[in-house]
Design a protein around this ligand. Structure first.
Ligand code: CA2
Length: 145
């Protein structure tokens, strides 16, 4: 079987994980979450590439790159851009790759401004509210695609 690569994209402020608001986002750093995903990917027969940016357009560029490289799937935690970004919504629709929306918390149980997800309206699937385990479950779903 050929190599199957999954891109894991994290958006704004997720580089701060493990330093603030542990009650909402847990104690793990993003580097720890990424390392676990890479290791679990190996078990699942997936190559996992993890990236983080605070910039909306960079997330759009990386989604285009995933398509151009013919990757297997994308896991996307777009952070607050989830609730604002029609550009990300359009990019997800445009690339015609499976994109699994991921959240540490469950935005629908939080402030009303987090209840709309432009990412979710275009994504294939969503895993949320499980803390760092959300990424693990999302990776399992990507492996099953
Ligand atoms: O629950 C999630 O994964 C979110 O995507 C996290 C975003 C939030 O805007 C979404 O509504 C839900 C925020 C990430 C902020 O990360 C921080 C990490 C440490 C300290 C403060 C913020």
């Amino acid at each position: 079987m050929g190599e199957r690569t999954v891109m894991v994209l994290n958006g704004p402020n997720l580089n701060l994980l493990g330093t603030r608001e542990p009650a909402i986002y847990g104690h793990d750093t993003l580097a720890q979450i990424d390392a676990r995903l890479v290791a679990y990917g190996t078990e699942l027969g997936l190559t996992v590439e993890c990236r983080q940016t605070n910039h909306e357009g960079t997330l759009v560029d990386w989604l285009h790159e995933a398509r151009a490289r013919g990757l297997h799937a994308v896991l996307l935690n777009a952070g607050a851009y989830t609730h604002t970004s029609i550009a990300l919504h359009d990019a997800i629709r445009a690339i015609e790759l499976p994109v699994i929306e991921v959240h540490l918390s469950d935005p629908e149980t939080r402030e009303p401004f987090r209840h709309i997800s432009y990412v979710g309206m275009a994504a294939t699937d969503c895993v949320k509210g499980l803390g760092p385990q959300s990424y693990i479950v999302a990776l399992e779903r990507a492996a099953a695609l």
